[in-house]
Write a protein that binds this ligand. Structure first.
Ligand code: F0G
Length: 456
């Protein structure tokens, strides 16, 4: 059947059109770090899918009805009801974004010397674990090592390794098992329901809470219905609900599958932990019925949580990501397979074999995409994940040199993605012309956001 995009633009925003000379100047001014570029010099912004989506007319209409009273606002109860429709936990606390949820919940579950075990901690998630003096362990499944394989659930946690940690000498120090759905750090790959069930059983057996980092819960549920025959007839809502039922609680950035520009969530069964979190939220985010969010945002979120589970919307998102991945492939640029929903991950290491990890091929490709086409995106490779010595020389490279083209929700259409693919194809015609990079400065903490680099 021909595919019909299930929405149209109701309001449009012009995007900047720049020349190559301007972009070369802007890159210089930005210290060759895409995070430093002013957005009015960026034509297509694929830096993040977080808080960057377009609102629907219904979200805007609900937002107009917002109740901004300090406590017990109607808007909170509508938000709570929309969350409860999919997240079946007793205690629900809004916060201003995902990392606030992490900070608050981890303060209750972890502490100095404690351990958080995950399929992959997202960067801020790991930072929040480590800031508490706790230790973050990533246990991605072995299938995730093969970027080209079409294995359907490469976001899974390695169950054997999880069991080893829980039964080993460090077992008593594990404060949480955290499963990130979908696995953003691992190429946006989904986690299977079988893996969640097994992780849930293991965690329960050892008396450790299983927490979902549910930033992309709807996208994970959709990919389960598409890739696991046992769930083929299920609605994304029912799959998402089942996933939450298997866990004891969740933290979520609602800037992704909440279809909102801001917002986060802590949801829990356990009254004692929820009580501790509530005190922390009141002290640092806001009263328990707003958590730092306006009534306007709570209404936007309530409606967003309904829209995000629409199968037509999710099918469209899958199709757009697959379109860009297929076009990249046709241009000779390998992507992490199979393609997920929130982004296309380019294999820069393979495209630029003349660059060694210490010349940061992923960063080189991200800078080339801006220079040649005004496209902004970020590296997921040695610049972000590699280990440096005291002179900022790379001593341990990242396992892969990737670039993430994140796809904001409901923003770019086929024409924009076609353009991205064309720019990529031009670069791929003469990959040897893409220069490598070196650090000018590399702050020890959150380096990729703050470093200055220069072409070699
Ligand atoms: N967990 C995951 C899996 C995420 O992808 C993010 C954010 C967070 C937690 C933190 O949420 O931004 O609301 O505080 N990811 C964005 C990204 C920034 O571009 O992938 P936040």
């Amino acid at each position: 059947m021909p595919h019909l995009r299930p929405f149209v633009s109701a309001v449009v925003r012009p995007i900047p059109v720049t020349t190559r000379e301007q972009r070369i100047q802007e890159l210089d001014r930005a210290g060759h770090n895409p995070f430093n570029l002013p957005s009015d010099k960026v034509s297509i912004d694929l830096l993040s899918d977080s808080g960057t989506g377009a609102l629907s007319t219904d979200q805007q209409a609900w937002a107009q009805r917002a109740d901004e009273r300090y406590a017990g606002a109607d808007s909170f109860f509508r938000f709570q009801e929309a969350v409860r429709d999919v997240v079946p936990y007793r205690h629900i606390l809004p916060v201003h974004q995902g990392r606030a949820a992490e900070r608050v919940l981890f303060t209750a579950l972890l502490g100095p010397g404690r351990i958080s075990v995950s399929n992959t901690h997202f960067d801020t998630t790991r930072a929040n674990v480590e800031l508490l003096g706790a230790h973050a362990i990533d246990l991605p499944c072995p299938q995730a090592q093969d970027l080209d394989s079409e294995e359907p659930f490469k976001g899974d946690i390695d169950l054997d390794a999880l069991k080893d940690v829980l039964t080993g000498p460090d077992g008593p120090r594990v404060g949480q098992v955290l499963i990130t759905i979908t696995n953003n750090g691992g190429g946006g790959q989904p986690v299977s329901m079988g893996n969640l069930e097994a992780a849930s059983a293991l965690a329960r057996e050892h008396g450790v809470p299983l927490i979902l980092d549910a930033a992309r819960f709807a996208e994970n549920a959709w990919l389960v219905t598409r890739r696991d025959p046992a769930y083929a007839g299920w609605s994304p809502r029912d799959v998402a609900r089942r996933a939450f039922e298997l866990a004891d609680g969740c933290v979520a950035s609602l800037k992704k599958d909440g279809l909102s520009h801001e917002g986060g969530l802590i949801a829990l069964h356990d009254g004692k932990v929820a009580d501790e979190c509530e005190v922390n939220v009141i002290a640092t985010e806001g009263f328990r019925t707003y958590g730092g969010l306006t009534g306007h945002t709570l209404e936007t979120l309530a409606q967003g949580l309904r829209e995000v589970l629409d199968p037509n919307y999710l099918a469209d998102r899958e199709r757009e990501a697959a379109f860009l991945a297929d076009r990249a492939h046709a241009a000779g640029v390998a992507t992490v397979r199979p393609s997920g929903l929130h982004g296309v991950y380019l294999n820069a290491g393979r495209l630029l074999p003349h660059l060694q990890p210490w010349q940061f091929p992923g960063h080189a490709l991200a800078c080339a995409l801006y220079r040649e086409g005004g496209i902004r995106c970020s590296e997921l490779g040695s610049l972000y994940l590699g280990e440096l010595d005291e002179n900022n020389a790379l001593v341990t490279p990242a396992p892969f040199e990737l670039v993430r083209l994140a796809l904001p929700r409901r923003v770019y259409d086929h024409g924009h993605l076609e353009y991205v693919a064309e720019v990529l194809a031009d670069i791929a015609k003469h990959p040897e012309q893409v220069p490598g990079y070196r650090f000018v400065s590399a702050p020890p903490l959150l380096r990729h956001f703050r470093c200055v680099t220069a072409p070699i």
